[in-house]
Design a protein around this ligand. Structure first.
Ligand SMILES: [Fe+2]
Length: 203
């Protein structure tokens, strides 16, 4: 009887663990899609390089999670569905206004903040998952694999937190300079046009 109880509690703990792993996998599936989109739109070379590196890590994280789901073998298959990433959603009108009036540089700053929020949320998810698996006395190898994922999320999050302000400052400074140059050019052209008109009238 007690053996059966142990077996039952083990299999239910395993089922919860696998459900959690599948949940993490659904977020990583969504993450791959977002990182690929960011890679195609990002205008800052060093950020692009980091995104590419993290995309590669995320694909490996998917593989790790799939492998643990298969090994724990509760009959649940690794999901190919995508969870919803932790991106703050502004009110519709405000979002439309920001998106339609933003420059590429402003959009980059905006999205780099979302990158950071996502990575921090992923780290929180893995930290909570590890704690839950430890409480459930789940398979040690699975906990170790989640810890690898956690370290990668934290490392990318730390990089973004450190570098986002520098990149934003550079982008915004360039934008202000470009605008100044543009105004100067416009002023010069208008002046030249006026002079041309005066000399044409004088002929
Ligand atoms: Fe990540």
């Amino acid at each position: 009887m007690s053996r059966q109880l142990d077996d039952n509690s083990y299999s239910s703990a395993n089922a919860i663990a696998v459900a959690g792993l599948n949940l993490a996998l659904s977020f990583e599936n969504a993450s791959v899609e977002r990182l690929e989109k960011r890679l195609s739109e990002c205008i800052v070379p060093e950020v692009k390089q980091k995104i590419l590196h993290h995309l590669d890590q995320t694909k490996k994280q998917q593989e790790r999670l799939r492998e643990r789901i298969r090994v724990l073998g509760t009959g649940m298959t690794p999901t190919s569905e995508k969870g919803r990433l932790a991106i703050p959603e502004p009110p519709h009108k405000l979002k439309m206004m920001i998106e339609s009036s933003s420059s590429d540089k402003e959009r980059e700053v905006w999205e780099s903040l979302n990158d950071l929020i996502i990575e921090r949320a992923e780290a929180i998810m893995y930290r909570g998952g590890i704690q839950a698996l430890q409480l459930l006395k789940a398979d040690k190898k699975t906990i170790k694999e989640l810890d690898k994922c956690l370290k990668e999320e934290e490392a990318f999050g730390d990089w973004l937190e450190k570098n986002n302000p520098k990149v934003a400052k550079r982008l915004m400074t360039t934008q202000i300079e470009d605008k100044k140059q543009g105004k100067k050019k416009m002023r010069k052209t208008t002046q030249e046009e006026k002079e041309e008109a005066v000399s044409a009238a004088a002929v």
